[in-house]
Write a protein that binds this ligand. Structure first.
Ligand SMILES: Cc1cc2nc3c(=O)[nH]c(=O)nc-3n(C[C@H](O)[C@H](O)[C@H](O)COP(=O)(O)OP(=O)(O)OC[C@H]3O[C@@H](n4cnc5c(N)ncnc54)[C@H](O)[C@@H]3O)c2cc1C
Length: 292
């Protein structure tokens, strides 16, 4: 087992580095309904020592375990500068996430992590950053957005392109005002608008045509369904952003999260540790393989 990759660039050593298999009880402090079927859970480790030692980086994920039910990989979606309270935005789609939806404030889950390679937030300084989130994809990018907002002057520009099927499917919209106040441009797009909708109707990739940035000094961080990520890389290329400057976060079913079980194997990569964030160029040939 390769545990070295658990300690990722930008992430200080955590309990995962010490024992990547060990889960710790964490209490639900707050549950925020986002959109139908999606809730954000603010979790706090019960043990003060674990809580104080825990650090994570933007784009990493935890394994949430409900004894007797199972475990699911969930992105950490809160500010890495406040690692004592860990937000996880979860769509109820199956065993673990449905059971989570039945829990209340004060209940406990078991949590291990953080795992995976983060977004390359630090290395993008000085560049135009385009964050493209499709649906729940934005959850894996919210920590990075916190960093961009805090250090906005370190980046040439920061633009969020947020896509959903309908306006009701867009979440974190309450944060748009704060992100805009920090100097981040936020452009939502929906496939189908409604009477109150004044934003873009169409694909989130349409918005690339309006980007007023130097494409030779830009990078794209994309998370969403696989076909969307391919479409985003193509849209970026059309406006002159090379595919080598596109980063994607992949979602694959996983079990151990420590490069052991092989469930998340993606070509030669293990998504749990080589990802979930990859340079698009490094995985594009495998994205083209159906069902991989
Ligand atoms: C790195 C990473 C980050 C993630 N972040 C988030 C997040 O922030 N929020 C969030 O809501 N989800 C996130 N997910 C997705 C989440 O882990 C899955 O939806 C997980 O399957 C939910 O567990 P469950 O037990 O509730 O659902 P399951 O019971 O596992 O069912 C979920 C769906 O996946 C299918 N499925 C389950 N296992 C397999 C399998 N082995 N092969 C094929 N299909 C299968 C089921 O049929 C069902 O349609 C993330 C996944 C990864 C890998």
């Amino acid at each position: 087992m390769n545990t070295a990759a658990v300690t990722t660039p930008g992430a200080a050593p955590s309990q995962a580095a010490a024992d990547p298999w060990r889960s710790h009880p964490a209490r639900i402090l707050r549950i925020t309904p986002e959109v139908p079927g999606v809730r954000t859970y603010d979790l706090e480790f019960r043990d003060a020592g674990v809580r104080d030692a825990y650090r994570f980086a933007a784009g990493q994920f935890n394994m949430l375990y409900l004894p007797g039910i199972g475990e699911a990989a969930i992105s950490i979606s809160s500010d890495a500068a406040q690692p004592q309270v860990l937000a996880h935005t979860v769509r109820a789609v199956g065993n673990v996430t449905d059971a989570l939806a039945r829990l209340r404030v004060g209940d406990e889950v078991l949590l291990r992590g953080p795992y995976g390679r983060p977004w390359p937030v630090e290395t993008l300084r000085g560049r135009h950053v385009v964050v493209v989130g499709g649906g729940l994809g934005l959850a894996s990018q919210r920590t990075a957005i916190c960093e961009f907002a805090r250090h906005r002057d370190h980046y040439a520009s920061v633009t969020i392109l947020h896509g959903a099927k309908t306006p009701e499917g867009l979440f974190y919209t309450a944060e748009y005002a704060a992100w805009r106040a920090a100097g981040i441009e936020v452009r939502p797009a929906v496939d189908q608008g409604d009477a109150g909708w004044s934003g873009h109707v169409g694909l989130v990739t349409d918005l690339f045509a309006d980007l007023a940035i130097d494409p030779t000094n830009a990078a794209v961080l994309c998370c969403g369904p696989d076909p969307m990520m391919t479409a985003v890389a193509r849209a970026a290329a059309r406006v002159g952003i090379p595919s080598g400057d596109v980063y994607v976060s992949l979602e694959r079913n996983m079990a151990c999260a420590v490069r052991h079980c092989g469930l998340c194997q993606f070509g030669p990569h293990f998504v749990c540790q080589d990802g979930p964030v990859f340079a698009y160029d490094s995985i594009v040939e495998f994205l083209a393989v159906p069902h991989l």
